[in-house]
Design a protein around this ligand. Sequence first.
Ligand code: HEC
Length: 148
Amino acid sequence: MRWVLLLSFVVAACGDDGTPVFPDDYEATYTEVRDCRQSGDHDLNNIRVLADPAALGPYQDRTTPFPEGAVVIKVQYEFGDIDCSGEVQRVTAMEKLAVGSDPTNLDWFWQSVDGDGKVLDEQLPRCAGCHQGCGVPPDGYDGTCTLP
Ligand code: HEC
């Protein structure tokens, strides 16, 4: 028991101490904007995309600017989980930052969280690196890449 406590302390101390930018109950408060589909990204999981109330309008109309703090998440399921009904493997999230505050990251804060809500990484350069290519019209919009 002590070991477990010590171990979790060490893990917590060494790990990323960030908290997810989305709430635990995102299924209740966010809106699905892209239904279950196979990801075009390299790991080929099945994914859904959900937007928080602030991101919803801009994500759907693709004209209105995302307000600061707006959050969009991609929920990833196993390869064989074709209707996205099983366990969540990973959630990647992007939270809008103030316009012009972080051009390298396309003015988004990038985060990757495991199925248990533990933050795995934040602001990995490859997030914005790839989204900068796909997140532009006609396919993308302001750094977001999922096809309508
Ligand atoms: C190799 C390219 C690539 C990399 C690297 C990448 N993404 Fe994506 N991302 C995509 C594509 C393509 C989509 C569209 C949905 C799909 O096909 O999975 C997407 C969709 C998303 C979405 C849903 C919103 C949208 O429509 O764009 C989020 C959130 C997201 N990615 C976050 C991240 C984060 C956080 C990272 C870094 C940990 C990351 N992505 C790294 C290509 C990439």
